[in-house]
Design a binder for this molecule. Structure first.
Ligand SMILES: *Cc1c(COP(=O)(O)O)cnc(C)c1O
Length: 343
């Protein structure tokens, strides 16, 4: 199990919690997040899971133990960067298995693997697949059996055994729990399942996991009974319809000081009795049927993965860690202290 920290922007304390929980290494999609992990004192293996940005290959070879790759030109750059520093950089070839995002076509993998094997400075570690990201292609037993077979084929073509056969992400968990042990897959890269406890395909809770590790808290800046004065001229009908929720026959609306710039407002789940009306860059508008939400009071929301990712990246959202594991000496991160507030 590799812990993916991109949704928490490489937050070192959360990465440490993943490591303490038993992941064998970390994976990141952005170099700035990797550098934040490193400057936060994280010494574990880190793998770059987005095919490296060519102009960043030197810094990626320096900070990451391995990377997922699809372009031989990029692998050559990584190899020469690694040679300059006297290191070896691990290469995992990402294979296109139907999601149609990054990946080498299966029929081309053996040839690329041979080229990588012959290249000093890099070490071919294995192959990887990714699902349910762009196309929503769910990893079923058939496609995963094809991926296992491909791993064995490429191994025989190049005459060596892979250290890593990385089968996918959180969307692979239902498959892994049933078929995983009988396949060649020995690694999954998990972000959403660890952080939010849900299966990204069905959106349901994974047995035994908590779904409330993260909470977004926002403050109410306006509460008023409102009727639209020129409702019939309105170009966009309000949803839910105003008449559905009313206190003393008056629809009661509140505004929270959080908006699209801070999170994906459509990805927040509303607490009981509160209905989502809409969001703008800096406002979240809700209606509530029961209680009057006082100005200055706080409302807590659970977030989906997109909402969490944006909130963790938003400078105006203060990140507060509860029960953080005491941290060894931390070198100041280039992002300053704003990520490291602790309660
Ligand atoms: C984001 C990502 C993951 C992790 O996906 P989750 O759904 O969060 O588990 C794994 N692999 C790659 C290539 C990714 O981009």
């Amino acid at each position: 199990m590799t812990g993916v920290t991109k949704a928490v922007c490489g937050h070192p304390a959360i990465a440490r919690a993943m490591l303490d929980g038993g992941v064998v290494g970390l994976a990141e999609s952005r170099l700035t997040n990797v550098e934040r992990l490193r400057s936060g004192g994280i010494m574990s293996p880190i793998v770059m899971i987005r095919t490296p940005v060519p102009s960043q290959s030197g810094r990626i070879a320096r900070n990451c133990d391995a990377s997922y790759n699809t372009e031989i030109d990029v692998i050559r750059r990584l190899a020469s960067a690694a040679r300059r520093t006297g290191n070896t950089h691990g290469i995992i070839l990402m294979v296109e298995m139907g999601d149609m995002r990054d990946g080498i076509m299966p029929e081309d993998v053996a040839a690329v693997a041979q080229q990588v094997s012959d290249l000093p400075g890099v070490l071919l570690k294995g192959i990887g697949a990714n699902f349910a990201c762009l196309n929503g292609m769910v990893p079923n037993a058939m496609v995963m059996a094809r991926f296992s077979a491909l791993a064995s084929q490429v191994e025989s073509a190049i005459g060596s055994r892979f250290e890593a056969v990385s089968g996918g992400n959180s969307a692979n968990i239902p498959w892994a729990l049933v078929h995983g042990a009988r396949s060649r897959v020995n690694d999954l890269r998990l972000g959403e399942a660890i952080l939010l406890g849900v299966d990204p395909v069905s959106g349901t809770r994974i047995d035994g996991l908590h779904t409330d590790a993260f909470t977004l808290v926002a403050e109410i800046i306006e509460t008023k009974a409102k009727t639209a004065p020129v409702h019939r001229f309105s170009t966009r009908p309000s949803w839910p319809p105003l008449k559905l929720v009313a206190v003393n026959d008056q629809p009661m609306r509140s505004i929270l000081a959080v908006g699209e710039q801070d999170t994906d407002v459509a990805g927040l789940s509303m607490p009981d009795g509160i209905l989502f009306v809409g969001g703008t860059s800096d406002h979240l508008v809700v209606q509530n049927s029961r209680l009057r939400l006082a100005v200055g009071s706080e409302v807590s929301f659970q977030m989906n993965y997109a909402a969490l990712m944006r909130a963790m990246n938003a400078p105006d959202v203060c990140k507060v860690l509860h029960n953080a594991i005491p941290f060894p000496a931390v070198t100041p991160s280039p992002h300053g202290g704003r990520f490291l507030e602790t309660a």
